[in-house]
Design a protein around this ligand. Sequence first.
Ligand SMILES: Nc1ncnc2c1ncn2[C@@H]1O[C@H](COP(=O)(O)OP(=O)(O)O)[C@@H](O)[C@H]1O
Ligand SMILES: [Mg+2]
Length: 277
Amino acid sequence: MTAVATEGVPVRAAARRQSILEIDRVTKFYTSRDAGSAEPKRITALSSITASVGRGEFIALLGPSGCGKTTLLRIAAGLTGWDEGSIAIAGARVNGPRKDACMVFQHFGLLPWRTVLSNVVFPLELDGVPAQSRREQAMDLLKLVGLEKYTEHFPHELSGGMQQRVGIARALMRKPLLLFMDEPFGALDAQTRERLQEDFLKIWSTIGTTVLFVTHSIDEALVMSDRIFVFTPSPGRIKAIVESPLAGERIGGDPRAHPAYGPSRHELRGMLSGSEP
Ligand SMILES: Nc1ncnc2c1ncn2[C@@H]1O[C@H](COP(=O)(O)OP(=O)(O)O)[C@@H](O)[C@H]1O
Ligand SMILES: [Mg+2]
C-alpha cells in the first residue's frame, strides 16, 4: 500500500491521468453559537486541503464523523462556499452547482409523490429534454441498476437498497463528469450494502465517471476505490493519500480474499486512530 504525505501532492495516480478536479489549499470555517454563550464560535471544518483527482478515478474520502467529508463534497459540488484556496473542475473555478457534477445522498433524496420512472427523468425534465428521449434514457439506466420492473412503483414501496438504486440512476441521467456520493450505502443493512457495492462498481466500470465517495468504513474504502484520502478529525485535513492495493481485484473478483486486504485494513485503522505518523 502506498501512502503519500499530502504535502507531497500531486500524487502518482493523478499524474497518470488527465486531471478533472483540482483542490488547492481549501479551508472552510463555520460559525456556531453554543447554548448560553453570546459569543459565536469559529469552527475550522477543513484546513488547507490539497488534492488532485484524475478523470475516471474512484476516490474514497475516509474519516470519522465530523472531519469535514460532507463539507468538502458540498464545496466541490458547488453547494457550499469556502474561505481560502481554490477549487476547479475541468479547469474551471467552481462557482455554483454544475449539471455535470451530480450528487447521490445517504438518505436517497427521492420525491415521494413521484414514481420511480418520474424520479429518474426529473433532472432531464428540468433541462427541457423532450419526454420521449428522457424516458428512453431513464429506462436504460433503470435496466442498468436492475429496476426496469419497478418503474411505476413509488419510493415507499421499495426497500432502502432499491431506493438508492433509483438515486444512482437519477444522478447518472445527466451523464456526469463527476459523481459525488455522500455515504450512499450508510443507511443500508450489511448484506444489501455489499450487494450494492458490487453492483455499483460494475456500473462505474461501464460508464467510467469520476467518483468521490464519502465513507467512514475502512472496508468500503478499500474494496471500492483506486485511492483513499484519509482525513484527520477537527480541523479536517487530508492526513495521507493511499492507493488501494485491491483496485485491480474490485470487479468480478473477491477483493476481501486478497492477501493485502488484512494488512491494508490494519494500516488504515492505525492511521485513523492516530497511531501512525
Ligand atoms: N452548517 C454548519 N454550521 C456549523 N457547523 C457545521 C455546519 N456543517 C458542518 N459543521 C461542522 O463542521 C465540521 C465538519 O462537518 P461535516 O463536513 O458534516 O463532517 P463529516 O461529513 O465528516 O461528518 C463538524 O464539526 C460539523 O459540526
Ligand atoms: Mg458527513
